[in-house]
Design a protein. Sequence first.
Length: 92
Amino acid sequence: MAKKSPRRHSDEFKQETVDLVLKQGYSVADAARAVGITPALLYKWKAKLTEQPILNDDEKAELLRLRKEIKQLRMEQEILKKASAYFAKHVK
């Protein structure tokens, strides 16, 4: 019996197959069966194509700075809400 050589699938094919699951609502098993691959392979493609990008040091620093700024702005917003409610009651 001859040994099968692994099939090579294009990146476009992989993305379209993963989109069957993510965008069109197919189950992994159904999508894999429809295109002739194993569910395990489709899970592997899905994990690879949907993983979060790794941030470099500058991006991490900016993300931390923005989160800190958002926290500060939310605090200020809460203070302003309370102040406006107080003045709405007492200034008539």
